[in-house]
Design a protein around this ligand. Structure first.
Ligand SMILES: [Zn+2]
Ligand SMILES: [Zn+2]
Length: 159
């Protein structure tokens, strides 16, 4: 990827100053949100090694590489919106990031997820995710799909 390009993660920063720092191994993400964004970018770019390296070692299985490869092959990622981030009240090494990722498999869909991240030996890892119901905007708000149209004129049309 051209490092001068805008990063796919939605930060509006150049790739080389955003997720490119982490995918290239120059730096490690300092926050769970940085890790989340960089994993999204890794999905966009098909960087399977990065996705496995940032997945918590306890959660890895033999099939991960194949599963990720299949998902990357079938999915076009179209955008990421971070909705909320929070830290566990009792344990500073646990953080949550709620996001909507827009993707296309046959048709445009959203993945609304609350991901759990854990810091171990100074590094953040993705632990697991809870899938949430699709985000439904108000009728006159912008549609979740990024079309720029009002929800009622776009994906809210059929409801
Ligand atoms: Zn980025
Ligand atoms: Zn829409």
């Amino acid at each position: 990827m051209n490092t001068e390009q805008i990063c796919p993660c939605g930060s509006r920063k150049k790739y080389q100053y955003c997720c490119g720092l982490y995918l290239s191994g120059k730096e490690i993400p300092k926050t769970a949100v940085q890790l989340m964004r960089s994993r999204y970018t890794a999905f966009c770019q098909g960087d399977i090694d990065y996705l496995i390296a940032t997945y918590h070692p306890d959660k890895r299985t033999k099939n991960d590489r194949q599963k990720i490869a299949n998902s990357i092959k079938n999915t076009t990622w179209l955008g990421l919106n971070i909705i909320d981030t929070s830290q566990d009240r009792k344990n500073q090494a646990i953080a949550y990031v709620e996001f909507v990722a827009i993707f296309k498999v046959n048709e445009i869909q959203q993945l609304h997820e609350r991901s759990k991240f854990i810091k171990a030996n100074g590094k953040w890892f993705y632990l697991e995710g809870e899938i949430l119901p699709d985000l439904v905007p108000k009728r006159n708000d912008n549609c979740w799909c990024g079309s720029g149209k009002k929800y009622k004129k776009c994906h809210g049309n059929q409801i």
